[in-house]
Ligand binder design. Structure first.
Ligand code: AKG
Ligand code: FE2
Length: 608
């Protein structure tokens, strides 16, 4: 199941459309017609120390972001980091990359991944991005053996790059302090020991960039982010109610003020709200280096900035709690304790932020889904990019009894997309091209819509369509089904053994209400149907038995859609879905192959 969560895996085979999980709600979609508006953020020459402090102060006040040049980081190191990133994402086979897969159940695990937030698959809008995250500082967190082994200089370059970036971050925090007439060391002291992470982000070309985001709108949680990007462009900053594109400047480093610096500066400097858009033609790479407090650091507005007439606009926050509160309580979790009324007043006076749905500090980002177990908030919690979610995703969904599924059009659409993806991801390139053409022409003929109707109708027929031919098939089917059902019982047990007692009670009720045995039987049938069909085109004989609809009989794609979507229906409950899907290779493989041979034989007999 790992591959399914990487954008690279999704794009294999050249998709004509974006799967529905990646489609942003209309209000969050990028307006690419206006993407030409370049953000005129300042570029500051750090070698001119006389003017740098003032310029940086102004940039922080107006933008929360700026470019630096003559920054002291060797240019060859910037170039090498980018080329190593590209080589990992583009040259390393997916299977090898997956050896470095991050732990998707942990909020801050280093390695290769695609989304930061925890939660059930299918309930988040996914970013069109894959990433590799490295823990680089303090040294006690650094273990280069977790990073790619190739090219041979990869690990050494990442280490060197991290060290150089830390030096630059310290220098900048000093200048930022001075720009507020604070002692040079103020902000760095307030942050404490620096926790550094380096995240390489890779955005594959996207067939429908107008519907997606490479990375959703957010501000970084830590203190300071240093970012380099290739020449493709796609990073946007939100300012004065507009998204503006940050033009890539060769060998410049982009500085982004993050949330803790906003708190320390008592909101005089605001964290930069940013996002990444995608494009249809070129893959894009960026490398973000985050500098954060430790999870135990207490962050509060600098005392020098508080006086008789200036009250603290933020309450003190323990950084680890700041992060975990976001993960466990969601937007409201942090709003009230963190903010005082002054914050509102302050916003009124200073450059006011637009009421943006996914705004960082104040509208405290996103509320994660109800999780089966609380997210791990460990020592490794750091600056990881928060990924906001849609409002509609905020509530956990109750289990849908499978016998009573009433699919909406949108859900069917999603299932069709999934089925299309599977159909298109064929290893044989000639077959892949042929399939792509079929998909496009069937779309052009409006067959998708017809398919949807067929799907709705055929739901109830599905189970009757199991071949009634050879006794052997029946026996094989029955045995396999029994094994799957045993496994499903285990899945159910795991589902019920939830540590949160209220949730455990709710689950028990759901299971009782759904009647597990019927549900399991349906799921097992569905798994068998899926494994028998998704991995290869249907034979004409199978097409006949899979659907009574004339379209499905004539069009292998339609038939495929039917069965694949039926299986999606049966696996609706995400937890069960993930677990059962992973059972397929174990439980079904050999009988399934046997089954295929029997099909082939039967077909031959018929033709003969
Ligand atoms: O890719 C980019 O330009 C932005 C990356 C970013 O914002 C992040 O990783 O937090
Ligand atoms: Fe970011």
């Amino acid at each position: 199941m790992e591959t399914a969560s990487r954008v690279e895996a999704v794009t294999k085979g050249g998709l004509p459309v974006v799967p529905s999980q990646y489609i942003q709600p209309p209000e969050a979609r990028p307006n690419l017609h206006h993407a030409g508006d370049a953000a005129p953020i300042p570029t500051i020459d750090l070698s001119i120390s006389d003017s740098a402090t003032e310029s940086i102060g102004e940039a922080c006040r107006n933008w929360g972001a700026f470019h630096v040049v003559n920054h002291g980081v060797p240019i060859h190191l910037l170039d090498r980091m980018k080329s190593l990133g590209l080589s990992f994402f583009q040259d390393c086979p997916l299977e090898e990359k997956l050896q470095y897969a991050c732990d998707s159940t942990s909020a801050a695990s280093e390695g290769y991944g695609s989304r930061m937030l925890l939660g059930a698959e299918g309930d988040v809008v996914l970013d069109w991005r894959d990433y590799f995250d490295h823990h680089t500082l303090p040294l006690s967190r650094r273990d280069p053996s977790h990073w790619p082994l190739h090219p041979p200089d990869y690990r050494q370059v990442v280490e060197e790059y991290g060290n150089e970036m830390k030096k630059l971050a310290q220098k900048l925090l000093g200048i930022i302090s001075e720009s507020l007439s604070l002692p040079c060391s103020s902000i760095e002291e307030a942050v404490g020991e620096i926790y550094q992470n380096i995240t390489m982000s890779y955005y594959p070309p996207c067939p429908q960039p107008e519907l997606t985001l490479g990375l959703q709108s957010h501000s970084d949680m830590g203190a300071l982010t240093l970012l380099i990007q290739d020449d493709v462009g796609g990073l946007q900053l939100y300012k004065d109610d507009h998204w503006l594109t940050v033009p890539p400047i060769s060998h410049a480093i982009l500085v982004l003020i993050a949330d803790q610096t906003e708190i320390i500066t008592n909101g005089i400097y605001k964290s930069a709200q940013h996002r990444a858009v995608t494009n249809a033609n070129r893959a894009r790479l960026s490398v973000a280096t985050f500098h954060d407090p430790s999870k135990t650091a207490r962050i509060a507005p600098a005392s020098h900035l508080i006086g008789q007439h200036t009250k603290p606009a933020y309450k003190e926050v323990v950084y680890g709690q700041y992060v975990s509160s976001w993960y466990s309580k969601g937007p409201e979790g942090y709003n009230s304790p963190l903010y005082t009324v002054q914050r509102e007043e302050l916003e009124g006076r200073q450059h006011k932020r637009a009421p943006f749905p996914q705004r960082g500090l104040k509208e405290w980002r996103v509320k994660p889904l109800a999780l089966t177990s609380p997210p791990k908030v460990n020592d490794e919690i750091h600056m990881m990019t928060p990924h906001p979610r849609r409002d509609q995703n905020l509530q956990s969904k109750p289990l849908t009894p499978m016998s009573n599924i009433n699919q909406t059009e949108e859900e069917i659409q999603r299932d069709l997309d999934e089925a299309t993806l599977l159909y298109l991801s064929c290893p044989d390139p000639t077959e892949a091209v042929a399939r792509r053409q079929r998909v496009m022409s069937s779309d052009a003929k409006g067959q998708r819509a017809e398919t949807m109707v067929v799907m709705m109708r055929s739901t109830s027929n599905h189970l009757k369509q199991i071949p009634a031919g050879a006794q052997e098939i029946r026996t094989g089917y029955k045995q396999t089904k029994e094994r799957i059902m045993e496994d499903l019982q285990d899945v159910t047990k795991q589902y019920l053994s939830c540590t949160v007692s209220t949730e455990a009670a709710a689950r028990k009720q759901r299971v009782l209400a759904d009647g597990t045995s019927g549900l399991m039987e349906e799921t097992a049938d569905s798994i068998l149907a899926t494994s028998a069909n998704i991995r290869r085109p249907l034979s004409p004989w199978e097409r006949g038995i899979r659907s009574e609809s004339p379209q499905a009989k004539d069009n292998p794609l339609n038939a495929l859609f039917c069965t694949a979507s039926l299986s999606c229906l049966a696996h609706k409950e995400e937890k069960i879905r993930t677990m059962t899907m992973s059972l397929i290779p174990i439980t079904v493989k050999s009988p399934h192959h046997k089954w295929q041979h029997l099909y082939a034989k039967k077909m031959k007999d018929q033709q003969g």
